[in-house]
Ligand binder design. Sequence first.
Ligand code: M6R
Length: 363
Amino acid sequence: GKGNYRHFMEKEIHEQPEAIAHTLHAVLDSGTGAATIPAPLDAATIPKITIVAAGTSYYAGLTGRYWLESLAGIATEVELASEFRDRDAVLPEGGVTIAVSQSGESLDTLMALRRAKALGQKTLAIVNVPESTIAREADGVLLTRAGPEFGVASTKATTAQLTAFCSLAVALGRKHGRLSEERAAELRRALAGVPGRVGEVLQREAQYQRVARELAHSRDVLYLGRGLSYPIALEGALKLKEITYIHAEGYAAGEMKHGPIALIDEKMPVVVLAPSDGWFEKTASNVAEVRARGGRVILLTDAAGAERLAEKDDHVMILPDVEPVVAPILYAVPVQLLAYYAAVEKGTDADQPRNLAKSVTVE
Ligand code: M6R
């Protein structure tokens, strides 16, 4: 049941420290602390990884790409399952396709997995439901341990997917000699600290509730992020539209000047994801462009970022400091809270949004 929570979504948001911790526990070897690399990713060389998924799982895949490229040095492509299944993708021999799915039943993702097999790829499923069709059909399985997720809007399954991708990329980076043992150990420690940091975000959720009340009355909302924060911007926009029916768009911060900047005026809230990382300075200049056009900035950052960037008219939400590599796992949480509390304010049913099913088994 929902316990003391109004919605499954609220409950599942609050279950994230355990979902992340359990996923880490399952992926990491208790002796060495290193992640076990599931077949077929344990091959000596991997010419290319192709990630196929839908919706939120696709955004987790986009984040996974940044990690697989930068930590493991493996060429990675991410494809919408519904497109990939009917495309003539050209894939190298020995390539690995990863199908990412909470339910393990999304028809598009299943079809993409079958297509990858037909193209001679080895396959891995990252799923939350062990007995699912996608888990059964893939050559290898990496289980996320989020526990059953009932809310249509995916929350704890998403952060568990991100956790799985990040630990996997660290393990692959170590195996292929891209990461020193020292750096890998540092990243594993950062991952181990994420459940605690997520707990801290959840303790301060009243601030998200306040800002969400304002978001609930907007017609459109823009989410901006760069680098590792870009997929989380997409995720934030999807969460908001699916449960509040408010039009929202996620954009790569640097792409804003190529079009969507035309939309910005005083009525347009712009949620900016800006942890102090290698992309921060560039994101900061995009924030200046938003302000110059009167946009209302909602800043998700850390203490140093706020110090550097916040201005008095902004809504500023300060997140705990974390190693920038793991920041997307943490920053996924406030965008869920904003969407959830905006839905509560609007009175829409966060658990059962109109027109949507928990697992989409049609084409
Ligand atoms: O079960 P899956 O991860 O395959 O589901 C994919 C999407 O349908 C799903 O993530 C959808 O986008 C969610 N409702 C997002 O919150």
